[in-house]
Structure formats: C-alpha cells, structure tokens
Design a protein around this ligand. Structure first.
Ligand code: SAM
Length: 289
C-alpha cells in the first residue's frame, strides 16, 4: 500500500489518475505526516471506535484511521476520487466508502447501522465551504457523538472558542459551546497542503458534553433565539426577536424578560453569554427550569 501524507506519493497518485483538483469541493490534500500524526493521536482512536471521515480525498487520513479504528465510514462527494480510493485503500477491509454529499447523508442512520447507535467519532480535514453547516447538523440533529476532530480555517476555529465582546462571537460559538468542549490541537500552515490554500488552518477537537453546561426547557427555542439574535446583529434583542418569524414573541415580552434578568431593554444579543441566552429562552417560554 502506498503510504500517502507526503508530497512525492500524493503527486504520484494525482498523476497516475490524472486527477484534476476541484476548487468547488475545497480540495486541499494533506501532505505532512506530522500533522496527520497529531490528528490521529488527538482523536484518540481505538479498535472499539467507529469513525466517520468526511471527505477522504485520496485516502491520506483514511489509511491511518483504518489502521487504528474498528471501522471507518468515509463519505466523499467527488466521484472522480472513488477509483483512487479503491486503489489507496485496497488493503483496508474495515472501510466503507460512500460516494455522497455529506450534507444529504442521514448520519444518525449511519451511526445506527454501523455502530448500533453508540457514539461515533468524526475526523475530517473539512472542505471549508461546509464547515459551519456540517458542525451545526452533527450537533443539532443529535448524532450520537463522542468527539469531532477537524481541520478548519483558523478563523473558524477561533469563532468556535470565543465569548461575547468579540466580532467573531456568533451562533457557531454558542452551538459549539452548548454541545462540546472545544480545544485547539495545532495550527497548520498552508504549506502542509496540495494545492496550497490561501489561508492557514487549525485542528480543533470538540468533545461532546454528556450534559450541556446550561439547562434549557426547549433546545430548539434556544437556538431559534440565538439565530434570530445574530441574523440581525445590529438590532436590539427586543427588535430582532420580535421581527423574527416563528418565535411568537413581542418586543414588550422580550423587554420584560430582559428586565427580569437585570438587563437594559436595548441589550444586543452579541453581549449575552450562553448562560444568559438560556435564561432568556426559559423566561420567554415561561419556564422555570
Ligand atoms: N481528507 C483529505 C486530506 O486530508 O487530504 C482531503 C481533504 S479536502 C480539504 C476535502 C475533501 O472533502 C475533498 O476530498 C472533497 O472532495 C470532499 N468534499 C467536499 N465537499 C464534500 C461534501 N459535501 N460531502 C463529502 N465530501 C466532500
């Protein structure tokens, strides 16, 4: 088996199959084995684990995952990569390859079918254009997860960790911090990829909480409020939430809830912590959790 994760062997495979990189799929393949080592080590994979890899590319990380895990499910959108993957993964009998768009895959069903519904580990060098939707989908659809170890654009990793008072703070920060503990594993310079992207990257590990750090009566409502707050960032919470369709709250109700929280009526969502959003969500639902 040709070991990938270096420039020479990656170039050889690309040339052998005359593979043309597709920018629209965010194809930047890892060519640095020390970064691969760090990802695999931090994902802490054992033979008991079922791992979902999103976007295996030519199989660089898949080979390593297959060596460590009990089972690997690799979902790749680009059908031109499938014959290459059959070649590079020929010796790996614990990999299921699925040629699909991950955003259209029922990941809950995969976890059920391949791991009896027990928590899976997600590992990916993510195509940057789907980073936010895939993370939101994994958490909000309650995929049984242990951890998500992913390479993302450096700025996106920062967004997942920040709190109120920074321009990066938003719905992604709150969703990640509600469901998981984010930890930066390593920064990754653009030179570690082929072709070289325009941005630096970061490997971040999100370890799923067994129980979220705040209690809310209605999770969907909490996230509807968070989304509405950041969709209309410039507006006060009272205006933003009253204008948002579907929430069914008036400006006066929001102002009253804010008053109960000891906050001024002109408060903006970007100043609230996760705890404060939870409090607001419970008050607006008339719940006393
Ligand atoms: N894992 C490989 C590596 O580390 O070298 C490739 C990483 S590359 C940044 C992203 C991969 O995701 C590409 O192979 C791309 O074709 C695939 N991809 C892009 N969009 C996808 C989608 N919606 N669903 C599944 N795979 C996708």
């Amino acid at each position: 088996m040709t070991e990938l994760g270096n420039r020479r062997n990656t170039t050889e495979i690309i040339q052998k199959y005359q593979f043309a990189f597709q920018k629209k799929f965010g194809q930047n393949f890892l060519i640095d084995s020390s970064i691969l080592d760090k990802i695999i080590e931090s994902a802490d994979i054992t033979k008991q684990d079922c791992v979902l890899e999103i976007g295996p590319g030519i199989g660089t990380m898949t080979q390593r995952l297959a060596a460590e895990a009990g089972e690997v499910i690799a979902v790749e959108i680009d059908r031109n990569l499938i014959p290459i993957l059959h070649d590079t993964l020929a010796d790996c009998d614990n990999v299921t390859l699925i040629n699909e768009d991950i955003l259209k895959v029922d990941i809950n069903r995969l976890a059920q079918e391949h791991n009896g519904g027990r928590p899976i580990k997600v590992v990916a060098n993510l195509p940057y254009y789907i980073t936010t939707p895939i993370i939101m989908a994994l958490f909000e659809k309650h995929v049984p997860l242990q951890s998500v170890t992913i390479m993302v654009q450096k700025e996106v990793a920062d967004r997942m960790r920040v709190g109120p008072g920074t321009k990066d703070y938003g719905a992604l920060s709150l969703a990640v911090q509600y469901y998981a503990r984010p930890e930066i594993i390593t920064r990754v310079p653009a030179a570690c990829f082929m072709p070289r992207p325009n941005v630096d990257s970061t490997v971040i590990r999100l370890t799923r909480y067994e129980k979220p750090p705040v209690e809310v009566g209605d999770e969907e409502r909490l996230f509807a409020i968070i989304r509405a707050s950041f969709n209309q960032r410039r507006k006060t919470l009272a205006n933003g939430l009253a204008n948002a369709g579907g929430l069914g709250v008036s400006r006066a109700q929001v102002e009253e809830a804010l008053m109960e929280m000891g906050l001024p009526p002109a408060t903006r969502g970007e100043t609230l912590t996760l705890e404060r959003f939870a409090e607001l969500s419970n008050l607006l639902a008339g719940e006393d959790v």
